[in-house]
Design a protein. Structure first.
Length: 152
């Protein structure tokens, strides 16, 4: 009796599975149409990705330029402070500090020119100029540190 119950359950289960597998199916073409990607959609997505990248790069450039402009304004203030301190020096020390300040002004002007050049570029050229700008700003920072170290 138990054996007969198991056989009936097995037949019932297999029959249900067979019916489910053989149920109504979507035609192959309808399924293909639903998953088919058009070239227009790909072009549109690619264009959107390009625009997003351009926007992101522009934002990075603007943030970097603002940061550099702020640093240059800070160095203007430091030059003014050095000038006041240099006035207190005598003879040879004053001449040396005036020369050092002139060198700092020239370096700062070089960084200003790189910043102006950066404002008129985009893409890969911006990355190249940014690298040069970073080096010039690092050199300017070191020079200011050396100049101020004479007063400490």
């Amino acid at each position: 009796m138990k054996r007969m119950t198991r056989i009936i359950l097995l037949v019932f289960f297999l029959g249900g599975a067979f019916l489910a597998a053989c149920g109504p199916q979507e035609p192959a073409e309808e399924a293909k149409e639903k998953t088919q990607i058009t070239s227009e959609a790909v072009k549109k997505e690619a264009q959107e990705a390009i625009e997003a990248t351009k926007t992101f790069t522009q934002q990075q450039m603007q943030e970097y330029q603002k940061k550099m402009e702020d640093k240059l304004a800070e160095y203007d203030q430091k030059l003014a402070e050095l000038k006041v301190r240099a006035e207190l020096l005598k003879d040879e020390a004053k001449v040396q500090m005036d020369q050092k300040m002139e060198m700092l002004r020239e370096k700062k002007e070089g960084v200003n020119k790189k910043l102006d050049e950066m404002k008129s570029t985009s893409g890969q050229a911006w990355e190249d100029i940014k690298s040069g700008m970073d080096k010039a700003m690092e050199d300017l920072t070191d020079s200011f540190s050396q100049a101020f170290s004479r007063f400490n």
